[in-house]
Design a protein around this ligand. Sequence first.
Ligand SMILES: [Cu+2]
Length: 181
Amino acid sequence: MMWIVALALGCGEPPPAEVPASTAAGGNVTSARGAYTVEWTPSPSPVPLNGLFEVRSIVRDARSGVPVELGALVVDARMPAHGHGMVTKPVTDGNDCAVAVAPPDAAPAAPSGALSSPEGGEAKVTGIGATQAAPAVARCPHPGGVYVTRGMKFHMPGSWTLTFDIDGPGGTERAEAVLEL
Ligand SMILES: [Cu+2]
């Protein structure tokens, strides 16, 4: 009898994290060590080819489901097979409560020509306007755990990996979503 009870209680463990479906219409992904979930929705939807879009992300504590209202989120994307990122530099609303992060409009595509990475161009050559590393972002208030990222653009068809770098009460973790365009 005791055994049965113990086994039944053991069933409370969460199922293994599901592999996020490839979708250009958003989805729900879990960060690498399981601290957060990110429910992301593009606008327009589905993600357009070679057009600007926004991503609305709701970040939650994965265990409690409570929205991460004081945090930071940086959204980026790459084409791993091609070794490049986006040609735009997206900005997330409200990330700048304590630190000036980026110019007011996410100025894309600076005029080409000048190869703009004198200082150690690592594996992450992001294209035309790539100048700086990931911005230092402070934890800022985001009511409802909602983070809106503007200035995304997937300029070629193929497999894109979105990255969601989250900083919050559960520490710093990354979630990823893969989609085919
Ligand atoms: Cu590519």
